[in-house]
Design a protein around this ligand. Structure first.
Ligand code: AMP
Ligand code: MN
Ligand code: MN
Ligand code: MN
Length: 287
């Protein structure tokens, strides 16, 4: 028997509906070409691409799970919570995501003012040229504008020099609470997953609090194998998953062929000792 963990699942990526550069259809095609056997599109704070993604996956004969990635503020930092296998028509989830997107335009205008003070003008209009969904202006779109205008060579450099705490263009923002995000997902019959825990700058105590509170609210999964983790973090968060009794997820966090270093479907398999999230979601996979 083939172990259940030996599955090329890619349960984290972004389309033009948030801050990716490819359409849901092109992503589905790329996933299929790369051998993905179970796919989810997880746009930031947004599920309006779900029908297109599911239809495109079906056309490719590739099993699909609904997905999103919710922005949360926890202990003063932004944390991302991935939702998988939920009902996309659930009213509380739809409203919660709508509210979470709400402050993005105002924030973007403040980011542009902050950049203008640093001598970079026209950033709001510049970023908008890269936006596929007017409700979802993100730092990534500003990063693309700063690359296009020659201020930086690549988006990673933009985030190092701008748009992050203490740098020009950074505007603090209050996102959803951890409890609300987990509740929206679980009430819509989905599974909540802590995205890329290795990316946060938490102390050991804060990270422990994140996992403990996430569990207490009904969260069930954590990303272990993700494009945002190093090999050492695969091992570290496999241990954390076991310690907290969480199922494990796997996803590239692919955004763009030009920007992402991890392509769809190219990560190592999940360690065999973990329970994969897809085992808990078997009845929600769309074939
Ligand atoms: P926002 O939701 O507007 O705060 O934008 C967050 C997005 O910015 C993330 O989902 C990433 O796509 C991108 N991002 C954040 N930090 C970095 C970084 N250091 N390098 C490249 N992209 C980043
Ligand atoms: Mn992103
Ligand atoms: Mn993320
Ligand atoms: Mn992501």
């Amino acid at each position: 028997m083939i172990a259940k963990n030996i599955l090329n699942a890619d349960l984290h990526c972004h389309s033009v509906v948030s801050d990716g550069t490819l359409t849901p259809e092109t992503l589905a095609q790329r996933a299929k070409t790369n051998g993905v056997e179970l796919w989810a599109l997880t746009d930031h704070d947004e599920i309006s691409g779900q029908q297109r993604a599911a239809a495109a996956a079906k056309a490719q004969g590739m099993p699909y799970l609904t997905g999103t990635e919710i922005s949360v503020t926890f202990a003063g930092q932004t944390v991302h919570i991935v939702g998988l296998g939920f009902d996309p028509d659930n009213a509380a989830l739809v409203q919660g995501l709508h509210d979470t997107r709400g402050g993005r335009e105002q924030r973007a205008m403040e980011m542009a003012s902050s950049l203008a003070k640093a001598g970079i003008h026209g950033a709001f209009e510049g970023a908008l040229k890269f936006v596929g969904n007017p409700e979802l202006i993100s730092r990534t779109h500003f990063a693309r504008f700063l690359v296009e205008s020659g201020v930086c060579r690549e988006t990673a450099e933009v985030f190092r020099k701008y748009l992050t705490e203490g740098k020009p263009g950074y505007v603090p923002h209050r996102w959803a609470t951890l409890q609300d995000a987990v509740n929206w997902i679980t009430q819509a019959h989905g599974i909540a997953v802590i995205a890329h825990p290795g990316r946060y700058n938490f102390s050991a105590n804060e990270e422990y609090a994140l996992f403990t509170e996430f569990k207490a609210h009904g969260g069930q999964g954590v990303e272990v194998v993700t494009g945002s983790h190093t090999r050492q973090e695969f091992v570290k968060y496999a241990e954390t998953a076991k310690e907290f009794g969480l199922a494990a997820s796997r996803g590239s966090d692919f955004h763009s062929p030009d920007e992402s270093h991890t392509d769809l479907g190219t990560l190592p398999y999940l360690p065999g000792t973990l329970t994969p999230v897809w085992e808990l979601l078997a009845d929600r996979i769309q074939e």
